[in-house]
Design a protein around this ligand. Structure first.
Ligand code: NG1
Ligand code: MG
Length: 508
């Protein structure tokens, strides 16, 4: 939490022995290609990994606890500093190892640091810029008269994009870390990095929660991480019990691209608004006065929880019974038919224009009806599942039912994502069904959904059978020319132990 991001001098500390050997190759390749690109070697390499969410889907922006872990795939950023000569402006020169797909770019660094990011135009380096801006804003608050230095930057990422494994957060976290280090911060506090990355990623046009950035920075190799957002950001390592046969997580891509930046007004950003409005409408109906939550999210369902129990008193309530009570209020007080803008406006005693201005201007949304009951129901039920999952891990049942119980919770999440939150798609369901038939205990979508990835809790001795079943029944059906090799190249299926969070590598 308040520890600094580790600074290491040995590449072996970056990855576990059995991580893909290609991870190490990528690292060597980055260092070599830095030399070719910039005629010097990198002063350091900042890295931050992708993540998979084990349970707690679409509840981080309502400020409920989630349980993700980092994966081995990551974003590496090599950096050298560019000394400023008189009458020159500092510049950042940005390149990607994959220069065919990701074109070179460069930008001037105005001394106020407030660089332009055009969120309407999706450029790969926008994520760098957003990390840059967040880092500079932090430094300006701390160091009077601070102005950022010029940098040469070479990026190599292998977290699949648009796939629910948070390539975006990995990129933003690694970028912010790189900029902080380049500007003299030899110790970067993890919590500072996460907080600034959460805010910065929003400048790219998605009103995201904070799970991805927290998982990318806080995870310790081998453990999952429980992330809480209320009353403030906190992270705690969660151990998986050693079982026989051992368990692992498999991640399978649907190859249905879920491009949040295009679909956000109908999908992701709409859900964020629906959850916020559910909190507002519940509060209005129950005469609860909502306060702004700590942090950048404004008012949330978790904030409604605090205000409600402050009003009625929370004696005799634990987290579980609070959520159960909120769930029953949701079912009785919110209309399953949903609400139009006019109807919500009249409940909140504001005009439709005012409603749009307050809740839908920064991030536009498209819908006629807002399904507040369904969305709030998912949030409270999913928050209950996270509590149950954590409890099972902390005190496993003695009757050998641990895995099937953990798996059931993950399976219930999938049902809820499909039917209540409506963020699944038929392909994700198919991948889950095939896996369960072949021996997975629990299978569900991970990340935002509407495509992207699935995550599966499996005993290690079933890994091959499950992979073979997907190959036959899913990947080959979508593309008859699919082979094992092509699947490997496209990282269709990844078996992942929890990897290590952000690090800085400095040469010996
Ligand atoms: P993905 O789509 O995996 O990046 C998104 C959000 C998370 C969280 C999940 C749903 C961003 C950067 N991340 O994840 O904060 O809300 O969806 O649980 O938008
Ligand atoms: Mg993302």
């Amino acid at each position: 939490m308040n520890d600094p991001v580790p600074v290491i001098k040995d590449v072996d500390q970056l990855y576990a022995q059995d991580d893909l050997p290609s991870q190490r190759e990528r690292f060597t390749n980055l260092v070599n290609s830095f030399q070719v690109n910039f005629d010097t070697s990198p002063a350091f390499v900042a890295r931050s990994p992708g993540r998979v969410n084990i349970i707690g889907e679409h509840i981080d922006y309502s400020l409920y606890e989630v349980l993700p872990m980092a994966i081995a795939a990551d974003v590496l950023i090599g950096v050298s500093l560019v000394p400023l000569r008189t009458h020159q402006e500092a510049r950042v020169s940005l390149r990607n190892v994959n220069s065919t797909k990701f074109k070179h770019a460069s930008f001037k660094v105005p001394d106020y640091g407030n660089i332009d990011i055009d969120a309407s135009e999706l450029q790969w380096y926008n994520y760098f810029k957003s990390g840059f801006r967040g880092a500079v804003e932090l430094l300006q608050k701390r160091i009077p008269g601070f102005s950022p230095c010029g940098m040469n930057v070479l990026v190599d990422g292998n977290v699949p994009a648009g796939g629910g494994l948070s390539s975006s957060a990995a990129f933003v976290c690694a970028s912010a870390l790189a900029v902080l280090r380049a500007n003299g911060q030899d110790q970067v506090i993890k919590k500072d990095l996460v907080e600034l990355a959460i805010v910065s990623e929003r400048s790219v046009g998605v009103n995201s929660g904070g799970m991805d950035q927290a998982a990318s920075v806080f995870t310790i190799r081998g453990d999952a991480v429980s992330v809480t957002f209320s009353p403030e950001l906190n992270a705690e390592a969660i151990k998986f019990p050693q079982l026989d046969p051992p368990i692992t997580f498999m991640i399978a891509q649907s190859f249905v691209a879920a491009d949040k930046h295009v679909t956000a007004p109908k999908h992701y950003n709409l859900r964020v608004v629906e959850c916020t409005l559910a909190a507002e409408v519940l509060a209005a109906k129950l005469d609860v006065s909502l306060k702004d939550d700590a942090g950048p999210l404004g008012r949330s369902l978790r904030g409604f929880q605090s205000a409600y129990f402050q009003m009625i008193g929370s004696e005799g309530h634990d987290d579980k019974s609070k959520l159960e009570e909120l769930l029953s209020l949701t079912k009785t007080r919110l209309d399953p038919q949903g609400y139009t803008r006019d109807e919500i406006g009249s409940i909140l005693s504001i005009s439709k224009d005012e409603l749009e201005k307050r809740f839908m201007t920064k991030f536009r949304v498209e819908t006629e009806r807002f399904l507040l009951q369904q969305r709030a129901r998912h949030v409270f039920e999913e928050a209950l599942r996270v509590l149950a999952f954590k409890k099972l891990l902390q005190s496993p049942p003695e009757d050998g039912s641990l895995l099937s119980r953990l798996g059931d919770l993950m399976n219930q999440t999938q049902v809820s994502c499909r039917e209540v939150y409506e963020c699944s798609c038929p392909e994700l369901d198919q991948l889950c069904d095939i896996a369960r038939e072949a021996g997975s205990y629990g299978s569900r979508l991970t990340g935002a959904g509407w495509g992207g990835c699935t995550v599966h809790l499996v005993p290690k001795n079933k890994v091959e059978a499950i992979e073979a079943a997907w190959e036959e029944k899913y990947y080959k059906k979508r593309d008859s020319s699919m082979t094992k090799q092509k699947m490997a190249e496209a990282a269709a299926v990844v078996v992942s132990e929890p990897g290590h969070g952000s690090m800085v590598y400095v040469r010996r």
